[in-house]
Design a protein around this ligand. Structure first.
Ligand SMILES: C[S@@+](CC[C@H](N)C(=O)[O-])C[C@H]1O[C@@H](n2cnc3c(N)ncnc32)[C@H](O)[C@@H]1O
Length: 282
């Protein structure tokens, strides 16, 4: 058997197993595929989604000062600061596809009855320009958008323009949260119903701190939604490996996404904490 036949056969086996491995995870009310093995998951993602066939950042214009996007019956205007991207370590001054996909996924999931955000406590990590948190507030969430201290000015400006100056169903506030640090008491008392993060799994150095924060924010009733871009297998595999020790992880099938916002480069994960009545039967 040649190498490509072997890969196809392994992928075929994994796909067949995966089809039987659908489970309900947290408050996302549609069965999704359970992630059981990080290396197998990466192989499957690449085989099914074929990310290299799709353009990176197809839904955003990172060189522009503004990004306009329709969501929840409103036109959102997201201010960006492309010039800040030349500062080492700054990544959240412009939007990324993962954020657009997560925002539109939330809208679609709420509209199709898969998710309820109305009145729920939501914390977003690494909010960047804030599109995801703004959409979550429009869908009724009581949202706190968080990021590094030097990212909060742009974030506040976007929250003011899109949530505070408008009549929306939920609310949004902005707060500093550096991964690995102790979260302010308002973030954890009570623990959130949802923790959101788009494009926050991109640096191996930050994964350990990100996981510390996820553990601190996550109680038995918390559902985590993370959207990441398939650009570096090693980091995603590293994250999945480490996260699987504490969390049950599922992978949302692209057919459950917003129909206009499919990107084969992006993956949507749902996580809940283990050992909190969330066990999945084998
Ligand atoms: C690639 S950007 C994604 C921004 C936004 N979520 C999006 O999808 O457009 C990563 C975000 O994580 C934030 N971030 C990185 N390291 C962090 C840390 N240690 N603590 C808190 N936020 C961090 C960055 O400031 C940035 O806003």
């Amino acid at each position: 058997m040649c190498v490509s036949d072997m890969v196809e056969s392994v992928v075929g086996d994994v796909e067949a197993e995966a089809a039987e491995d659908l489970v309900l995870i947290g408050s996302y009310e549609t069965p999704i595929r359970l992630v059981r093995d990080s290396a197998e998951e990466i192989l499957l993602l690449w085989a099914i989604q074929q990310p290299t066939l799709c353009k990176q950042n197809a839904f955003v214009r990172q060189s522009s000062l503004l990004l306009d996007i329709e969501a929840c019956g409103h036109r959102l205007t997201i201010f960006q600061s492309p010039s800040s991207m030349s500062t080492p370590g700054v990544t959240g001054a412009v939007m990324w596809d993962s954020g657009v996909v997560l925002g539109k996924f939330l809208e679609h999931a709420v509209d199709s009855g898969r998710l309820v955000l109305q009145g729920k406590k939501v914390v977003e990590l690494g909010s960047g320009c804030g599109l995801v948190g703004c959409i979550a507030a429009m869908l009724g969430g009581q949202v706190t958008l968080t990021d590094l201290p030097d990212r909060l000015r742009l974030l506040r400006k976007n929250v003011e323009a899109n949530v505070i100056d408008r009549d929306v169903r939920g609310s949004a506030t902005v707060s500093e949260l550096i991964w690995g640090d102790d979260p302010d008491s308002e973030l954890i008392e009570p623990l959130p119903d949802y923790v959101l993060g788009s494009d926050v799994i991109y640096s191996e150095g930050a994964v350990a701190d990100l996981l510390v924060t996820l553990r601190k924010l996550c109680g038995a009733q918390t559902t985590i939604l993370l959207v990441g871009e398939l650009r570096n297998d090693a980091i995603l595999e590293y994250f999945l490996d480490a996260a699987m020790k504490d969390f049950i992880i599922g992978h949302v099938d692209p057919t459950q996404w917003h129909p206009d916002y499919h990107s084969s480069r992006v993956v949507i994960l749902v996580l809940v904490k283990k050992n909190s009545g969330n066990e999945v039967e084998d």
